[in-house]
Every structure is written in C-alpha cells, then in structure tokens.
Design a protein around this ligand. Structure first.
Ligand SMILES: [Zn+2]
Length: 359
C-alpha cells in the first residue's frame, strides 16, 4: 500500500484524524490548548495519545510538529502508526507508547516553522541555568541578509545574493550562525524566544506524569528539511564515545546515527528539546533522537524560510506574497511528490517499530 494518504491537507484535519484513530485503539487522550486560533477560528491544541500501561518501565515517545509546518510529515507517521501498525500490536506490560501530536500547533495551522511568538521551539528549551539572550557573533552582520524588512519578491536573485554573502563572510560563518539560534532578533529567523514558550510550559507540567518512574525511554522527534531527499539521519547530542551513543548506534545503525561531534558541520546550539528532556529525567536512560528527513537542498529551504518570514512581518494583508511564500514553505518541508511521501512515512514507521523492539 502507499502511505501518501497518511498526509492531511491541514492542521485541523490532521488533529481530528489523530484523535479519531487514537480513540479507535482505546488510547488515553489528552489535549492542551495554546490559547491561539487557526485560520478558521479553530482552537489550537497539542494532542496526546497514550497506549499501554499507565505506570510503565519503558516508554517510546513519538513527537511531531515541534517546527510547525514539519508536522505534516510527523503527523502522517503518527496517523499511519495508529491506523495500521498498532492495530495488531501485542502490548507488553512493560512498554507504553506516548504520542505527542503538533508540539507547535500554531506553526502547523498557519504553515510556519516558528510558533505564535516567532519562536523556533527547538531553541527555546533552555536549561534552568541558561539565559534567554545572546546570539552567535556573526548574526548581527548577517541579519540584513537573512531578515530584510520588506515584502519578498518572487524574482529576487536569492542564489546570487547568497553566494555573494558566502564570499564575503565565508561559508562557515553562515553555517555556524544561522542554525545556532539567537535570542536578540524577535522578528529574525531561528529566534529562541525571551521566555519559556507555551509548549515548554505544557511539557514541563505534564512530561513527568507521562514518563512516571520509567527507567528507559526512547524519544523520536520527527523533523523534515535537512539532509538528502527521502532519506533520514538521527541526530543525537550525546558525546561520541559515551554509552548512550554506543547503544543508539548499535540499535539504530551507524549509517544513520550522527553523534554531536561527528557531524561535518559542528555547531553548538542551546535550547534543544532533547537536551532538556534528558536533563529533566536524570535517573532515567532517556535517549533522544532528532529524526531529520531530507526534502530539498538546504539553500532552497533557507530561501523559503526567509521569504515566508518577510511576508509574515512585512507584506500587507492579502498581499499575494502571503500565499506563495506559504505554499513554497509547505513544499520544502512536506513535498507533494508522492514517492517522497510514501518513502518517508514507511521509513518513519520502521523507525518507531525499531524503537519499540530495541527497548
Ligand atoms: Zn525541524
């Protein structure tokens, strides 16, 4: 069968499908409003489905949509999981499955990567000793290029400008600046916020109850937009020679697991969800995998993010750019190509299956 039908056309359809499929399996369901509304006035919620023992030893967590628009894919895996793979799942007494649907429901509903405060949620989960301020040294220099304060044009020679910027500042200053996150430019790309986001607060309040006294957790957080098309990598932030890295590499394959310092482009970023989850449960073997599924070349992804952000802040209401930038952003994070859709959902399902099997 093809998994292309696992994709929903919008947030509300995805949310309803997730909840309906979870109820059919008799999951326990919870919903947390973020006090925002979608394009049709609908309430936006993070939805949670729990299947299995309420006091488990082991938990497999599958989360989607931390980056809003990337939720089209993560939700598709979760729905296919509920509708197909879990139907015949022999629940063990030990393992519980915790599905977190649309961690950034605003971004999912409005087709943005950022949340209602323009926050990149994977930079917002600072540890208690970290401050919501500071930026990479070069962000100020590059701000004018990344974040022009005017509506975008379809005909802008973005690639030429990008090459000129790379020649001027060097490729490493770009790769070591943009994805790192920043806390000083609230309308800029990769803004980590000035305070714990609503999503942070919801997870902070509820994750301890969901995880309970589990001793072992594997958490897969689904993302798109990075890497080779229709393939995936599992990014971990454990040190290269540590026990968690060895375990994850052995269980998930050294061809896909990318330890922190083994990455070709090494950058240190703060506020990642994985580091925060692991710090929150120091007595638990909490293994966190950021599963990144490739879509388009990175330059096209950055171009789409930049254009959409400009339209969001600087295009007048009903300006045509609001629409085409949103469409383009959806395409780079959830390509319409049916072969891509089929392949990534299939791979995502196998990945969750593996997590359940190895735990
Ligand atoms: Zn992402």
């Amino acid at each position: 069968m093809s998994y292309t039908t696992a994709f929903c056309p919008n947030y509300t359809t995805a949310r309803n499908r997730f909840r309906t499929s979870a109820l059919a399996l008799e999951c326990r369901l919870e919903a947390y409003s973020i006090d925002q509304t979608g394009p049709n006035g609908e309430d936006l919620t993070i939805d949670v489905a729990i299947l299995g023992n309420p006091h488990p030893q082991k938990v497999v967590v599958v989360s989607s949509g931390l980056h809003g628009v990337e939720g089209f894919f993560g939700s598709a895996v979760q729905c296919a999981l509920l509708e197909e793979r879990l139907v015949s799942w022999n629940q063990s007494q030990e393992t519980t499955l915790l599905l977190l649907h649309a961690l950034n429901p605003y971004g999912f509903a409005w087709c943005r990567r950022w949340n209602e405060e323009n926050i990149d949620l994977n930079r917002n989960f600072l540890l208690p000793n970290e401050e919501y301020r500071g930026s990479p040294a070069k962000y100020g220099d590059l701000n004018a290029f990344f974040n022009p304060t005017s509506p975008p044009s379809r005909f802008e020679p973005f690639v030429v400008k990008a090459i000129a910027t790379i020649l001027r500042y060097g490729i490493t200053s770009l790769t070591a600046t943009l994805p790192v996150g920043q806390y000083d430019f609230p309308q800029g790309l990769f803004f980590g916020g000035n305070n714990p986001s609503k999503t942070y607060q919801i997870l902070d309040a509820n994750l301890p109850r969901w995880i309970g006294n589990a001793t072992d957790v594997v958490h897969i957080d689904f993302h798109t937009g990075l890497g080779k098309k229709a393939t995936y990598k599992l990014f971990i932030d454990d040190p290269p020679d540590s026990k968690p890295t060895q375990w994850l590499t052995e269980k998930f394959g050294d061809d896909v697991v990318e330890a922190y310092k083994a990455r070709k482009v090494t950058y240190i970023f703060r506020g990642g969800l994985g580091t925060w989850c692991k710090a929150k449960f120091p007595k638990c073997n909490y293994r966190f995998l950021t599963a990144e599924f490739g879509t388009y070349p990175v330059i096209q992804v950055v171009e789409a993010l930049r254009a959409e952000n400009r339209a969001h802040f600087f295009s007048p209401p009903n300006h045509l750019s609001k629409d085409w930038t949103r469409q383009r952003l959806m395409e780079v994070f959830a390509p319409t190509d049916e072969d891509w859709r089929d392949a990534v959902v299939s791979q995502g399902l196998d990945l969750v299956g593996r997590a359940i099997a190895v735990l």
